[in-house]
Design a binder for this molecule. Structure first.
Ligand SMILES: C[S@@+](CC[C@H](N)C(=O)[O-])C[C@H]1O[C@@H](n2cnc3c(N)ncnc32)[C@H](O)[C@@H]1O
Length: 263
């Protein structure tokens, strides 16, 4: 194992999408804790984008990484999805799946799980096709910058989604608060910010490389959203932590917040 703690610009060279996917998204062939956290997020996403009534024209996913699981329920509720990440290699990995290229990651266990939640396990192919159609843009982003998606121009969104990314991108709590304000600025008034956070984290492993993660309490997350002009509608806590060898967190939380009319 290497001694260095990677962060910030290191993502561009050191974050390996294959290692990341294999460790955290092997689904039933992976470790129990990683699976349970994935299922916790999938259930909450399903609830948010079906009975939770969050939907509309445009959803922007920030810090998508090489993953698409977070969009499987959302693609039924939005006309258009914009995905984004800080690194070229993650965007390339997403593109491979979207274009059905050889070597693309196999998300079928997660797709099947979501189809079962939605009550029709025979819809897997149709759902994959729908998601591929709904993702219209793949953009670079950097939440530490005043305009995270610049130079791209994006219309105000009905929903900004970000899972397990802000605690990786932000070096301290002030930077986290600023990043949340920037994400809220991408929303229409009344739009929703939906996020999942690995709580009380210090670091996580991607292959043999250890990456920094910001220690956040559930209360800090909620307060950052309120200070950015949002009302927290739902904050679900899950006491499960990732396997110790992979990540040092204590629990995760899933939050749905709504931007106020004057934020
Ligand atoms: C732990 S991964 C999460 C990926 C995915 N959202 C998921 O749920 O598995 C953290 C992601 O944050 C991205 N990231 C790192 N720094 C960032 C920044 N400054 N702005 C936006 N995203 C960043 C990384 O490229 C990486 O894809």
């Amino acid at each position: 194992m290497e001694g260095r703690l990677y962060a910030g610009e290191d993502y561009k060279k050191e974050f390996d999408p294959q290692h990341y996917l294999k460790t955290y998204y092997a689904f039933d062939s992976g470790t129990v804790a990683e699976n349970e956290i994935l299922k916790f997020n999938l259930k909450n996403l399903f609830q948010t984008f079906s009975s939770g009534g969050v939907g509309g024209d445009i959803l922007i996913d920030i810090g998508s990484g090489p993953t698409i699981y977070q969009l499987l329920s959302a693609c039924e509720a939005f006309r258009e999805i914009i995905v984004s990440d800080y690194t070229e290699q993650n965007l390339r990995e997403l593109e491979k799946w979207l274009k059905k290229e050889p070597g693309a990651y196999d998300w079928s266990p997660a797709v099947q799980y979501v189809c079962e939640l939605e009550g029709d396990r025979s819809r897997c192919q149709e759902k994959e096709a729908r998601l591929r159609r709904t993702v219209t843009r793949i953009l670079k982003c950097d939440v530490t910058q005043p305009h995270p998606l610049a130079p791209a121009q994006v219309p105000p969104a009905d929903c900004v989604l970000t899972l397990l990314a802000m605690e990786c991108a932000c070096p301290d709590v002030d930077a986290y608060r600023a990043a949340i304000r920037r994400l809220v600025s991408l929303l229409k008034p009344g739009g929703h910010l939906v996020t999942a956070i690995a709580l009380r984290c210090q670091s996580y492993m991607v292959g043999a490389k250890k990456f920094f993660a910001l220690h956040l309490e559930k209360e800090t997350v909620e307060k950052a959203m309120q200070e950015a002009g949002c009302q927290v509608l739902r904050c679900e806590y899950c006491p499960i932590s990732y396997s110790e060898v992979h990540c040092t967190n204590e629990g995760t939380c899933f939050v749905v917040a709504r931007k106020g009319p004057r934020a």
